[in-house]
Design a protein around this ligand. Structure first.
Ligand code: AMP
Length: 484
């Protein structure tokens, strides 16, 4: 590998500064391969896992090429889950922060009307799940005539979840003169067909899988036989004593039962499954991401979007029903260059399915170690250290964008569209203040009755005090620091 720098791709200063603030010091393998062709608008299909830095691989070129002045969306990203949509929104907002790029996320089970009003405003990039994106297209609330880049992320998952017809229907709305990038952890024939049909014939096909995630994950399995499965898990956790772990079950019921068992044993644990309310799911994800939670018990559906760099252990409490899920589950560890451990518990009834998974996920060169139940003596010996860690408070991690957000103040104005205020009116007023220029203004969100503007470079309080006796387009507005 050539070990390129971000600078060598000729990116603009705004993007380079944002990457440095996010502590992205050098491109990951997938970024090294994807950035240059993506910047020339080439079609790309890449076999690549989550954790490889693929979001930034397509996100950096998208942000670099966005034209701020254009009001209609220029890039569309289709993803299988709302969690992933929100994560991509966050990452792209960070990367594009200094270019003031507005990213809007749309997904089901969330009010259509709010999304509609968000889409009505300037949105440079839209990311969403297939069903809701299609609804917005059918209702005419999402305009795509200026979209010149399409990203299909986790394409194999979208197929597994039965979204393929919706994905194709969405693509039919898009201009044909566009760039298409497709990312997928696995490349089943249906994904190849999708690429064949919707991408240019000179597309670049990259297989990056073996380069990154695989070697970083130490894979092992344990035969459960007739042992008490919850107790065996507890023993395994005791001797492994993970810093952060996701335990996967195949059903909601199994998740609930296991959480009850572990809680009774005095372990602080939370859960994530499709039957939970979306706000609860997001709150749990956020706790886990910030390191407030050491153990998470989850089903596949809910866990697809989990993007936490520091997961040290993935435990398959059940062998997944679908072989592809194995790759997705275990890909939650060994991320961003860290080492991870994956352990699969195999009951007698799972023997056949486990063989299917093994044939699918491993080849001769891959190491897969069989481990055996720990002896009671070993468990007892490790008990004290385990309890100590379980009871120790986790130090919440600083979010990656802390540096980038330093010096940013969100300012509230009590006037918006109803008063016929536009972004340009605010920019005009603000840049009239001595010492404030366009570079100090971040994302502007104009709603019906209110407007939020990010003021950068630590000038928020100054702007608020200056705005107390200035008007916007002749209108005196209440101006204060926004609450959220
Ligand atoms: P993804 O594969 O997009 O889910 O990204 C995995 C994680 O790596 C995310 O948390 C990113 O914030 C992080 N990341 C992406 N690119 C880089 C980079 N060049 N250097 C360090 N971390 C990165």
């Amino acid at each position: 590998m050539e070990n390129k720098t971000f600078e060598s791709f000729g990116l603009s200063n705004e993007i380079l500064t944002a990457l440095a603030s996010l502590r992205y010091r050098k491109p990951t393998a997938v970024q090294e391969e994807v950035l240059a062709p993506a910047l020339t608008k080439k079609d790309i299909m890449a076999q690549s896992q989550t954790g490889s830095g693929k979001t930034a691989a397509f996100g950096i070129p998208l942000c670099e090429q966005i034209i701020w002045e254009e009001n209609k969306p220029q890039a569309l990203i289709i993803v299988p889950t709302r969690e992933l949509a929100l994560q991509i929104k966050e990452e792209l907002t960070n990367i594009g922060r200094l270019k003031r790029i507005k990213v809007t996320a749309v997904f089901g089970k969330s009010p259509f009307k709010i999304q509609k009003s968000e889409l009505k405003q300037k949105s440079h990039i839209v990311v969403g799940t297939p069903g809701r994106l299609l609804e917005h297209l059918q209702e005419g609330t999402l305009k795509v005539d200026k979209v010149n880049s399409l990203v299909l992320d986790e394409a194999d998952e979208m197929l597994n979840m039965g979204f393929i017809d919706q994905v194709e229907a969405i693509i039919d709305y898009l201009p044909t003169d566009r760039q298409t990038m497709l990312f997928s952890a696995t490349m089943p024939s249906e994904v190849e067909r999708l690429a064949e049909f919707y991408m240019k014939s000179d597309r670049l096909a990259l297989s990056l899988e073996s380069k990154q995630t695989k070697p970083a994950i130490q894979q092992s399995f344990i035969k459960v036989g007739d042992m008490d499965k919850p107790q065996l898990l507890l023993n395994l956790l005791t001797i492994e004593n993970p810093d952060a772990s996701i335990i996967f079950c195949n059903t909601k019921g199994a998740v609930d039962d296991l959480v009850t068992f572990l809680s009774k044993e005095g372990i602080t644990v939370d859960k994530l499954h499709g039957g939970m309310d979306q706000d609860d799911r997001l709150a749990v994800m956020s706790d886990f991401r910030l390191g407030k939670l050491r153990y998470l018990v989850a089903t596949d559906v809910a866990a697809r979007g989990i993007d936490v760099d520091t997961v040290t252990h993935v435990i398959n409490y059940d062998v997944p029903f679908e072989k592809e899920s194995f790759t997705h589950r275990t890909g939650r560890t060994g991320r961003a260059g860290r080492k991870g451990l994956a352990l699969t518990m195999v009951s007698d009834k799972d023997t056949y399915q486990w063989q299917t998974v093994r044939d699918y996920a491993f080849d001769e060169t891959d190491e897969l170690t069989e481990v055996f139940p720990p002896s009671q003596r070993l468990v007892s010996r490790m008990q004290a250290a385990f309890e100590k860690k379980s009871q120790s408070r986790l130090t919440p991690k600083a979010p990656r964008n802390k540096e980038l957000n330093k010096g940013i103040t969100k300012v509230y104005f009590n006037g918006g569209k109803k008063k016929k205020l536009r972004a340009i009116d605010f920019v005009g007023t603000l840049t009239n203040i001595k010492g404030v220029d366009a570079d100090d203004i971040g994302i502007i969100t104009i709603q019906e009755n209110v407007t939020y503007i990010e003021i950068l470079n630590g000038k928020g309080s100054f702007v608020i005090s200056e705005m107390q006796d200035r008007t916007v387009k002749g209108k005196q507005l209440k101006v204060r620091k926004a609450r959220k």
